[in-house]
Design a protein around this ligand. Structure first.
Ligand code: CA
Length: 154
C-alpha cells in the first residue's frame, strides 16, 4: 500500500470518528429521561428518546422534534426556567425534581390522544407521545381494574 493510500484511509477513519463523536454529543435532555425512567421504572420499550421525541432517521433528538408528550412537558409553565439550556448544562437535582413533578402533573392527560392516559402508557411500556404506540387492550383493562381511583376521574 502506498503512503498516499494510507493517508487517505486514515482521513476516512478520522472523518467517521468525528461524525460519530458529534452525533453522540447531542442526546436531547438525557438527564430528564433518566429521571422519568427512574420514577416510572421504564423499560427498553419506552425508556428512550422516542418517549418525548419524534425523530426521523439521521436526526438527533432535540427541542425541534418533540412529540406531543414532549411538547406537553415543555409547555408547562413550571418548565420555563429549565428551557433553553443545552445538553451540557449541569442540571441540579432540584431542577430535575421540577421535570419529575411536571410529568406527574400530566399523568391523567392523554397527550397523544390514543385513549390511554400518559400514566397508563408509562406504566404499561408504551409511548405517551406516539398514538401508534398503545397499550395492549387486555393489559390496559387489567391495569384499570387494579387502579380504579387513579383512572376513573375525568
Ligand atoms: Ca396516550
Amino acid at each position: 500500500m502506498s503512503k498516499k493510500h494510507v493517508f487517505q484511509m486514515a482521513s476516512v477513519v478520522m472523518a467517521c470518528a468525528l461524525v460519530f463523536l458529534m452525533s453522540n454529543t447531542s442526546f436531547a435532555q438525557k438527564k430528564f429521561l433518566e429521571r422519568i425512567r427512574k420514577h416510572y421504572q421504564l423499560g427498553p420499550g419506552n425508556g428512550k428518546c422516542t418517549l418525548c421525541h419524534e425523530t426521523k432517521p439521521e436526526e438527533d433528538p432535540g427541542r425541534k422534534n418533540l412529540n406531543k408528550f414532549g411538547k406537553a412537558i415543555q409547555a408547562d409553565p413550571d418548565m420555563k426556567p429549565l428551557l433553553g439550556k443545552d445538553d451540557e448544562y449541569p442540571f441540579t437535582n432540584k431542577e430535575l425534581d421540577i421535570v419529575e413533578k411536571v410529568v406527574v402533573k400530566l399523568e391523567d392527560q392523554d397527550s397523544d390522544g390514543d385513549g390511554a392516559t400518559n400514566r397508563e402508557e408509562l406504566e404499561l411500556g408504551t409511548l405517551p407521545g406516539d398514538p401508534t404506540s398503545v397499550p395492549d387492550k387486555a393489559k390496559l383493562e387489567k391495569y384499570r381494574k387494579e387502579h380504579p381511583a387513579k383512572t376513573n376521574k375525568k
